[in-house]
Structure formats: structure tokens, C-alpha cells
Ligand binder design. Structure first.
Ligand code: HEM
Length: 449
């Protein structure tokens, strides 16, 4: 982001994201960018807009899978992570920002990948002279996003906030992107390069955690054949026929599956280690026994909470499920097993959630009850990730779209642990380290759906 734009546009708004400006600030209501943006993103990442975005996402994956050259014979995938990155990133960008962006920037995936790999270096604050390649990757992507903006503007001029009810179009994508641009472009001193940097921030935010999380979910399920057997009926049952007999995925139904929700929640517990920054703005003290100076910065570490032995259920002596290992059932409460569920000491919480009333016929229930402050992959409070509903549908939906069309086998031997690449810790969810070989083939008879 050009420094002049940071100073003239963003830095002037110190009023916070809440409806009520922070005490002692005096920003005119129409210049409260962070609040206005927060309000917009909450609205556009829920309800009808969310449904439209998810439908686009799934439709994009279905189309790309149908058009892919993978046939009925096994095809080797030398680097499964970058293959999955492609699958999730392209559908996510298309659902958010339209299809034309890929015509204007045909190399978008690689440019994003180069920038993603360079970002930890840039975030370390090394001057450009010491890491020219990293900065070049960022400059290239910013220049491309500027070109996309200019082409889109030429072909389908933005009508500012007048896009309400207009929905998605191929040049800009969602109403959210259009209204967000109207908001950003109205900021004092905003430039086209500033706008492009802001687009880069959005594309990174939308993918930086969702892409590796989706990949981990697939990897962890695929490496466990008995789990895969349990999951498949859930997927099959969520493909429903329309009047012409054409089946499509009912994503809401699938996302209500207790087992898939537990797998999703466990993926985020194990794989996401966000560092949540907070500033003590009002002088109130959020933690007992600690005193923080006013305007002091506090960092809440998600992985400390996610691996707290005092909180989490880690199995029994005869059936241990250590917190550093993936356990698909960790978030499931079984009616006939009082020791099940995510908590080490569940009794009082079970009552609170009404889980003590479930009967044996009901099967297991998914629950996060009692995990306040322990399961925080999306942060918390007013800052909590507004993209979380979309992210959940992306993760579970990608798995379903993939296994409904393809057989896949991960070739890393079962005894070899796939580790996260800690070089990317700064982002929250780290991708797997090294290349994971896999093989894939199109299902002969499309899955029994
Ligand atoms: C597994 C996927 C994801 C994870 C783990 C994640 C996590 C987070 C976290 C930890 C925050 C900061 C929360 C805080 O400070 O308390 C955040 C903020 C945010 N996330 Fe996500 N996120 C994910 C996916 C997404 C997606 C798919 C989108 C959009 C398409 C998105 C959009 C945002 C935005 C716009 C913010 C800033 C909100 C604001 O300050 O107004 N996220 N996310």
C-alpha cells in the first residue's frame, strides 16, 4: 500500500469498528471506514448473499472438475497441496470477484502463490534491498489487480452503492466487492494503486486460512480409510435430485452432519493457530491478575487455547487421542458415552447445552458448548471473522465435490507424519510441509448420488 494512501485514507480513522466510536475520537460518520466496512462485510457474508456466494463456489468447482483432463485411469499428482490450492483458490476468487479476473490475469494462481510464499519475508519488515524477489512478487500481483480494476471499470462501470440488489456479475463478482470498492474509492487520497493493494488484502484474507484448512481436512480424512467409509454416506445423502432427476449438493444439509462438523472443527483446532491482536483502547482490563497499559497491544494465541490439556478431551488411557493428533470424533457427544464430547470435564456443560436430554436413538451430536475461549480459530468478540460461515461451507463443500467425482489416494505411507510448514505460522493456518504425492482418477460410475 503506498504510504501516502495509508496516511491520507486509513490512518485518519481511529474510531474503531464498533457502531459507537471509540472514546476520544472525532471522525465524521461517513469517514468511519473501518466501521462501515465491518458493517458491510457482516451483511454480505450472511443470508442470501452467503447462499449465492456458496452456490457460485460449488458450481465453479463442479464445472472445473467436469472439464478437467483427469480420466478413469489413475493420474499422479506430484504435489497434492498445490493441486488443492488451485481447486479452492480459483472457486473462491470466482465466487467473490467474478470470472473475468482470470481472463485479465491468466496467471493469477501463480502470482498469488508467489506472493503468498513471499509474504512472511515481507512481514518480517526486511528492506526491499535484502529481499527484492519477495517485493517483486507483491508488486506483480498489485499491478495485475490494478489492471483487473481498470478493465472491469471499462467494461462494466461501477455504480457505487447503487449496486444494492444487483448481485453477482462476471466483471466484479459479488455485490460485496462492488460496494466495498465504492467505500474504498471514497476514502480521502485513495489511488488506483491503493485500491489494488486493498484488493490484494481481500484476496489474501479470503484464502490465507481457508485454502490450507480445506487441504488439511481432505488430507486427514483421506489418510484414514475407516473414517472415509463413515463420511461417504453423509456426502451421498446430501446430493438431492431436482425435478429432472439432476442431483446437486444440498450444502446446508451436509454442513449439519454431526460427523462432518466435528471433522471441520477438529481441522481448525489442530491446524489453525491464529495470533489475535487487541489494543487496550478503553483502559478496561480483559484478564484478571494482569494490568495492561492503555493503548497497549495484547496478542491472544489461538494454539495455546487449542492445545490446553486442562480443557480438551484427549481420550482415555486405553484409547488416547492426544491433542496434537487429529481425532474426527473430538466434537461429538454420544448419548451412551458420558466421557465423549470436546471437554475433559463435560458434566456441567452438558446440562447447559441440553445435551443431557439426548437419547440413544438420536446418535451423536456435534457440540462446541463450553469451549468459549478454547476453540477460537475465528477469533472472538466484535472482531470475529465474518467469513466463517462461508469458510465452513467451502471446507466441507470442497471435500464433497472432490469425493463425489474422483477417487483419490495419498501415497505418503500411513506411518509418515505430515507436518505443517512453520515458515507460514504468521498466517494462522500453515500449509503442509514438503510435497505430498497422491493419485486420482474419475469415478467410473459417478458416486451413487
Ligand atoms: C478457515 C478459514 C478462516 C479462518 C480460520 C479465519 C480467521 C480469521 C480471524 C482469526 C480473523 C480475526 C478475528 C479477530 O481478530 O478476532 C479474521 C478476520 C476476517 N476474516 Fe476470516 N478466516 C477464515 C476465512 C475467511 C473467509 C473465507 C473470508 C472472506 C471471504 C474471511 C474474511 C475475513 C474478514 C473480512 C476479516 C476482518 C473482519 C473485520 O475486521 O471487519 N475470512 N478471520
Amino acid at each position: 500500500m503506498p504510504e501516502a494512501v495509508v496516511k491520507s485514507a486509513y490512518a485518519r480513522d481511529n474510531s474503531g469498528i464498533a457502531p459507537k466510536p471509540l472514546p476520544g475520537t472525532n471522525v465524521p460518520p461517513e469517514k468511519r471506514f473501518f466501521h462501515l466496512h465491518h458493517r458491510l462485510v457482516l451483511k454480505e457474508m450472511s443470508g442470501r448473499s452467503l447462499n449465492q456466494m456458496t452456490s457460485r463456489f460449488l458450481e465453479s468447482q463442479e464445472r472445473r472438475f467436469a472439464n478437467s483432463e483427469i480420466g478413469e485411469d489413475w493420474t499422479n499428482i506430484p504435489d497434492l497441496y498445490s493441486w488443492l490450492e488451485n481447486v479452492v483458490f480459483q472457486a473462491s476468487v470466482e465466487s467473490l470477484a467474478g470470472t473475468k479476473i482470470f481472463d485479465v490475469i491468466p496467471n493469477l494462481m501463480n502470482e498469488y502463490r508467489d506472493f503468498y510464499n513471499a509474504a512472511p519475508t515481507i512481514l518480517r519488515g526486511l528492506p526491499r534491498v535484502f529481499s527484492p524477489k519477495a517485493y517483486k512478487a507483491r508488486d506483480t500481483l498489485v499491478a495485475s489487480l490494478r489492471k483487473w480494476h481498470e478493465e472491469a471499470q471499462k467494461n462494466n462501470p461501477l455504480r457505487g452503492f447503487d449496486t444494492e440488489g444487483q448481485g453477482w456479475d462476471e466483471w466484479w463478482g459479488t455485490q460485496f466487492v462492488k460496494q466495498r470498492k465504492a467505500l474504498v474509492l471514497a476514502m480521502d487520497g485513495m489511488t488506483l494503486d491503493g485500491m489494488a493493494s486493498d484488493d490484494l488484502a481481500l484476496i489474501l484474507t479470503a484464502n490465507v486460512n481457508a485454502v490450507p484448512s480445506a487441504a488439511w481436512l481432505i488430507i486427514d480424512v483421506m489418510r484414514n480409510p475407516s473414517l472415509f467409509e463413515r463420511v461417504m454416506p453423509e456426502v451421498t445423502g446430501a446430493f438431492e435430485a431436482d425435478a429432472e432427476g439432476r442431483k446437486s449438493l444440498n450444502i446446508v444439509k451436509l454442513c449439519n452432519s454431526p460427523l462432518l462438523q466435528s471433522i471441520y472443527a477438529e481441522t481448525l483446532r489442530l491446524r489453525t493457530s491464529n495470533m489475535l491482536p487487541r489494543v487496550i483502547n478503553t483502559g478496561e482490563q480483559p484478564l484478571k491478575r494482569w494490568t495492561f497499559p492503555k493503548k497497549g497491544a495484547v496478542f491472544v494465541l489461538g494454539n495455546v487455547a487449542a492445545f490446553d490439556e486442562n480443557v480438551w478431551n484427549s481420550g482415555t488411557g486405553s484409547e488416547p487421542h492426544p491433542l496434537h493428533e487429529f481425532w474426527a470424533d473430538r466434537f461429538l457427544k454420544y448419548p451412551d458415552d458420558p466421557r465423549s464430547g470436546p471437554l475433559r470435564n463435560p458434566a456441567p456443560e452438558a446440562k447447559k447445552a441440553g445435551l443431557d436430554e439426548i437419547t440413544e436413538d438420536d446418535g451423536p451430536r456435534f457440540t462446541t458448548s463450553g469451549l468459549d475461549g478454547a476453540w477460537i480459530p475465528y477469533g472472538g468478540g466484535i472482531n470475529m471473522c465474518p467469513g466463517r460461515h462461508f469458510a465452513k461451507q467451502e471446507l466441507i463443500g470442497t471435500f464433497a465435490m472432490l469425493v463425489s467425482q474422483f477417487d483419490m489416494e495419498i501415497l505418503t505411507p500411513p506411518e509418515v507424519k505430515i507436518e505443517p510448514n512453520t515458515g507460514f505460522r504468521i498466517f494462522g493456518t500453515m500449509p503442509p510441509k514438503g510435497k505430498i504425492e497422491a493419485r486420482i482418477r474419475r469415478r467410473r460410475a459417478p458416486m451413487d448420488r
